[in-house]
Design a binder for this molecule. Structure first.
Ligand code: SF4
Length: 426
């Protein structure tokens, strides 16, 4: 008997990939409530339900009339909202949209487009048999005899001749990008691994995986191959190994935060909720005031740094006045009122490619290949360049660097010091 709890799922692993903190809230800690639910989840869930009804007893009922589909949709949409409200979840929608009407329309639009383009037309009913919400238990072996057990549910499984087709529906408004596609296909390949193992599909020659986008009217399919199976296995093994080692589950803020169920308890946003909702919370108010002071000082600091850099540039523009005709050297300019001096030190140093320079990568690779990168890896070019001038690197490092060194460039340092008292003359 398989213990359901010990099984992994694509959505569980993807949740970790999307945001380790959200994964921790959901799968590691027990009892965290998902206070928010994105409207897309409701749209997807209602769409999938209606499609399941369309195909559930297809061999008996054939194509269902559109008016029945509309009724089924209406009932399910209402039921879903009631369920969300019972769970005391708040539905998240875009700020510029007033209510749920556009989302309900969109969901029904997906259904009616699917109905016309793929269902009634016969494009997606051209099979010998089909099964909806097929439960599968893929297994992946790694590190000799370690086993990762998954469970999953296939939206629709078609059988046509000696071919099995794993179908998945996607209710996104836009055609998918490559990264999203790859991830979606990984899930279907994983289910394909389970299908391959089943005795009843022994005579099957080919397993196909298919994504259907009803809104955009796109179908994308691929064939399960040895390579895709290997890639899929490695993908899940790597992710699960990383996940098992993770102790911190650091949050990964991004577009997912918008409709994340754990927004209120996530350290990324919890203090913002605390500040907005607890007018008498002195600790958060004090912390927020400190943040404002910090931000203002940082801004001032940036303005001052900019002003200082401009003054430095102006002083360097007039360096010939004080350098006595040489290109390098140190000189001192007195302040008019402060009693302080500015010491300016100018030197020409060999320059290696900095982090913005594409050659830096080539140079790092060569140094790494020769086992020399460690010697300079932690230093920035400002520190490295004077060291090159002073010949402080080993012969081996210098041999590599010399291929990448640009012509000497001017480097200047400035420091202030208290003015020394002038000796008295009689
Ligand atoms: S709010 Fe964002 S960062 Fe926090 S758990 Fe959710 S997705 Fe992750």
């Amino acid at each position: 008997m398989i213990k359901e709890k010990s099984r992994w799922s694509h959505s569980r692993v993807s949740a970790y990939e999307g945001c380790p903190k959200a994964y921790k809230f959901r799968y590691v800690e027990k009892g965290n409530k998902q206070e928010f639910i994105g409207i897309q989840l409701i749209v997807g869930s209602v769409f999938h339900y209606v499609l399941e009804v369309m195909y559930k007893d297809f061999s008996l009922n054939g194509i269902l009339p559109f008016k029945d589909i509309k009724n089924i949709f209406e009932v399910k949409w209402k039921e879903k909202l009631e369920e969300v409200s019972r769970r005391d979840q708040k539905i998240v929608i875009n700020a510029e949209v007033k209510d749920l009407a556009p989302f309900k329309n969109f969901c029904f639009n997906c259904i009616s487009r699917y109905y016309k383009k793929f269902y009634k037309s016969g494009v997606e009913t051209d099979f010998d048999a089909c099964k909806t919400e097929e439960q599968v238990l893929p297994e992946i072996f790694y590190d000799k005899d370690e086993l990762i057990e998954f469970r999953g549910s296939i939206d629709r499984l078609d059988i046509k001749g000696d071919e099995v087709i794993i179908v998945d529906y996607k209710t996104s408004r836009h055609p998918p990008n490559d990264k999203f596609l790859d991830n979606s296909f990984k899930q279907l390949y994983l289910y394909g691994i389970a299908i391959q193992k089943q005795e009843r599909f022994k005579s099957i020659k080919r397993i196909k995986v298919k994504l259907i986008y009803p809104y955009t009217g796109i179908i994308i399919d691929r064939v399960l191959t040895k390579e895709s199976v290997e890639e899929t296995k490695n993908h899940y093994i790597d992710l699960i190994k990383t996940l098992k080692k993770d102790k911190k589950f650091t949050q990964k803020p991004g577009f997912r935060c918008f409709s994340c169920g754990y927004r209120r308890i996530c350290p990324e946003l919890s203090a913002t909720y605390r500040l907005e909702e607890n007018k008498d919370d002195i600790a958060i108010k004090d912390a927020a005031n400190l943040v404002d002071r910090y931000v203002l000082l940082k801004q001032k600091n940036n303005e001052l740094t900019k002003e200082i850099d401009e003054i430095k540039d102006q002083i360097l523009l007039n360096k010939e006045e004080f350098l006595d005709g040489s290109l390098e050297g140190a000189f001192v300019i007195p302040g008019a009122e402060t009693g302080m001096d500015l010491v300016v030190d100018i030197e020409k140093v060999p320059k290696i490619p900095d982090s913005k320079d594409a050659m830096r990568d080539v140079m790092s690779k060569e140094l790494s290949k020769k086992g020399l990168w460690e010697e300079i890896a932690t230093l920035n070019s400002q520190t490295i360049n004077p060291k090159i001038k002073r010949n402080e690197y080993t012969k081996e490092v210098m041999e590599v660097l010399s291929d990448y060194i640009y012509e000497d460039e001017e480097s200047s340092r400035m420091r202030t010091r208290k003015r020394k008292k002038k000796p008295k003359t009689l």
